[in-house]
Design a protein around this ligand. Structure first.
Ligand SMILES: Cc1ncc(COP(=O)(O)O)c(C=O)c1O
Length: 498
């Protein structure tokens, strides 16, 4: 069943209205009508009062009343003593489809599998202060990159214009393997490397190649939503496993009760809480995974940016023949629009994976892959990472300073040993209680984009309350004013409550 908070999220509805070039009132009507018609909002569900919804959406109350009246006139909702209630309704019967939608063919709805998927972030949203996961785009050596891309194009020939190697250009596979052996302690040769369109694509491939529909996948809770989506969409049964200060902590009994086919983890820097998977836990995870025939998917997304202590080696290289599939991305170390990442298969799988990937993937963009190989081979990559490590440490310090001087609530700052974000916990109860979803939504209206920590949870189990605050793409001089915008959002929420 659809989550009303998600369905009626102001940011989402406004983005939809903008994309469709229509009034918010119309978008509100359509979003509710579709959710009811598809059975995603079920009979008896009570819609928010027109006053509350108008306030949440920042629109006039009359607009909400009109949307509700139209839904009532078409039989989707009924006003009663409880408020506006979803009517008992035969979902998606053609007779109940409003005239305005009859021209749409009946097979134009999406599958049940993706019914819950609806992400409409704009590129501009990603550039706002505090957006987690965004590297410092202004500090990327763009001129060098342009030069290497030009050179790769000039040296290309018509032979490069056909379907290219499904597992990636040989130069890039080699450059990745050489870098990973030296910098991350990964045990690999180029023939184990498959170039992908980024980690999201790698996860989809791993789910399809290593598991069958109905198999169990353990994921971290809280954890990376992209992993949850990819594994769920591949038909796996996703089981959330709690994370503590030592990383993913599966209860011992689960190895027998809910044995996994795959385990998704971020051992070098847990996403989003920031813990490091301890050595005893790593060894236990590897040993148990080996015994039950599971694959560990090690997502090493931002470990290049370690700010405290010595660099940590990847889990993949810690023992011989570990059942670990290592996933890396250039989204953080270069830039997200590059859409290049990689999988390092265990040696025993490498040859088989080559054939399967050849069947599943059509790969192109040889010139960008060669430019990236040159960027790595000529030392620009290591130089860029070194500079970004310093810059991110500076920006993190600026954020910490802003929090300690401006933040009015009791709370803890989590993470920060590595990476590009901090987590600021929020009180969930007591006089200062504030819900992260509401605060993040209000902060967005103020022009900044911290993410609610509860968004990283996997439904149904104890929630989290905090803000995930990216600092890498926010200039150090902007940090204090940007945090001021979150403080303003907090004051607004408090004022609304009075
Ligand atoms: C934990 C984690 N892994 C991987 C990625 C990168 O994914 P991609 O390579 O698809 O951009 C992200 C991006 O935010 C992430 O947070």
């Amino acid at each position: 069943m659809a989550d009303l908070h998600f369905l009626l999220d102001a940011r989402r509805l406004k983005a939809m209205a903008k994309a469709r070039g229509q009034a918010l009132q119309r978008t509100l009507y359509q979003a509710l009508q579709e959710a009811i018609a598809q059975g995603r909002l079920q009979a008896g569900a009570v819609l928010p009062s027109s006053r509350d919804l108008a306030r949440d959406l920042g629109m006039g109350r009359n607009g909400v009343i009109h949307a509700y009246e139209q839904l009532a006139a078409e039989g989707y909702v009924q006003p009663n003593r409880q408020g506006t209630v979803v009517a008992a309704f035969a979902a998606v019967s053609s007779a109940s489809t409003p005239h305005s939608q009859r021209a749409v063919p009946s097979n134009a709805t999406v599958s049940q599998r993706v019914a819950g998927c609806d992400r409409r972030r704009t590129p501009e949203d990603d550039l706002r202060p505090f957006m987690p996961g965004m590297p410092a785009l202004d500090a990327f050596p763009f001129a060098t990159w342009q030069r290497l891309c030009d050179k790769a194009l000039k040296q290309g020939s018509t032979l490069d214009l056909g379907y290219r190697h499904a597992v990636g250009e040989p130069e890039l596979r080699q450059a990745i393997a050489t870098y990973l052996r030296a910098a991350r302690g990964v045990r690999c040769d180029a023939d184990q490397v498959t170039v992908t369109d980024g980690t999201q694509h790698s996860l989809e491939l791993c789910a399809h190649i290593l598991a069958d529909v109905g198999d169990t996948a353990w994921i971290e809770h809280p954890g990376y939503g992209g992993a949850r989506t990819a594994l769920q969409q591949a038909g796996l049964l996703v089981v959330p496993v709690t994370v503590d200060a030592d990383g993913i902590a599966p209860p011992e009994a689960w190895w027998h009760d809910k044995p996994p086919r795959m385990i998704y983890t971020t051992p070098s820097h847990q996403y989003p809480l920031g813990s490091v998977l301890s050595l005893p836990r790593r060894l236990r995870l590897i040993e148990q995974a080996r015994q039950c025939g599971a694959w560990i998917l090690e997502d090493d997304y931002d470990s290049e940016f370690r700010h405290e202590g010595p660099p940590l080696a990847a889990m993949q290289g810690q023992v011989d023949d570990a059942p670990v599939v290592y996933l890396g991305t250039f989204s953080k170390s270069m830039f997200p629009a590059l859409r290049l990442g990689f999988i390092v298969w265990p040696q025993a799988l490498a040859d088989r994976a080559l054939g399967v990937v050849g069947d599943l993937v059509r790969r192109g963009r040889p010139f960008e892959q060669r430019a990236l190989a040159a960027f790595i081979d000529e030392g620009h990559f290591t130089r860029h990472l070194r500079k970004m490590r310093k810059l991110y440490a500076l920006r993190q310090a600026a954020l910490r300073e802003a929090i300690s001087s401006q933040w009015p609530l009791p709370g803890e700052v989590l993470g920060g040993q590595a990476g590009m974000h901090l987590v600021l916990s929020l009180p969930a109860s007591g006089p200062h209680a504030v819900l992260d979803m509401a605060l993040a939504r209000c902060a967005y209206e103020q022009g900044v984009s911290p993410r609610p920590l509860s968004m990283y949870g996997t439904g149904g189990i104890a929630g989290f309350n905090g803000l995930v605050m990216g600092y890498a793409n926010t200039h150090e001089d902007r940090m204090a004013p940007a945090l001021g915008q979150v403080v303003n959002a907090l004051s607004q929420l408090k004022a609304q409550r009075k």
